[in-house]
Design a protein around this ligand. Structure first.
Ligand code: PGA
Length: 223
């Protein structure tokens, strides 16, 4: 059975009270979510909820992981407002980098993202590197990437599994250092299997549907 990554990207959503409700619901759904070794589930909350998410995963005895959605392009120091890789590493193992929302809203470019990938790896974080297509360059230390076509993000209109498979095939051919490539964009419990069932798609990155515990549990279950 191939390894699968199921990643929740909460984006700039949820306060502590809402995260508490999410985990309370997940604890009730736990028996439905078959914990299978080949499925790596990673929850990426906002920075403010990283410790809380780590604690809840431990308390519920879920074999899940924690990730951030971004890191600073600098080490610790006088960089007001930034959260650096070593700070994230205290609470998680992964970080999303290069999401199109950061490229578009915060002008993150390829050079900046190379710096972030280097720092992530230096501090022991595994980058989940988002790309919009085969043209997007993937830094050399990246082994886990996510193909997220902009037209499919938050629109309810996913790419077709056939097209996603063929783009991911091209991405893997062009970037032999990348071991796993996920699909992201309007993934639901109903369509997840059509993506994860494809031989070259190694999992899914889920935004909107990950905010609802029942919908996320369905995605984990059906993947
Ligand atoms: P979506 O977002 O599932 O809401 O389309 C995916 C993403 O941006 O990672």
């Amino acid at each position: 059975m191939k390894k699968l990554f199921i990643i929740a990207n909460w984006k700039s959503n949820k306060n502590a009270a809402e995260a508490k409700m999410w985990f309370e619901s997940i604890s009730k759904l736990k028996t439905q979510i078959s914990e299978r070794k080949e499925k790596t589930v990673i929850i990426c909350p906002p920075f403010t909820l990283l410790p809380y998410t780590q604690n809840n995963i431990q308390q519920l005895h879920l074999q899940w992981y924690v990730g951030a959605q971004n890191i600073s392009p600098f080490k610790q120091g006088a960089y007001t407002g930034e959260v650096n890789a070593s700070q994230v590493k205290e609470f998680g193992e992964y970080t999303i980098l290069g999401h199109s929302e950061r490229r578009d809203n915060f002008q993150e470019d390829d050079d900046l993202l190379i710096k972030k990938v280097e720092l992530a790896v230096q501090y022991g974080l595994i980058p989940i590197f988002c790309i919009q297509g085969v043209e997007t360059p993937i830094p050399k230390d990246v082994i886990l990437a996510a193909y997220e076509p902009v037209f499919a993000i938050g629109t309810g209109v996913p790419d077709t599994p056939e097209n996603a498979e063929s783009v991911i095939k091209a991405i893997k051919k062009k970037n032999p250092h990348v071991k796993y490539v996920l699909y992201g964009g309007s993934v639901t419990g109903d369509n997840v299997r059509s993506f994860t069932g494809k031989p070259l798609i190694d999992g899914v990155l889920v935004g909107g549907a990950s905010l609802d515990p029942k919908k996320f549990a369905d995605i984990v279950k059906n993947s």
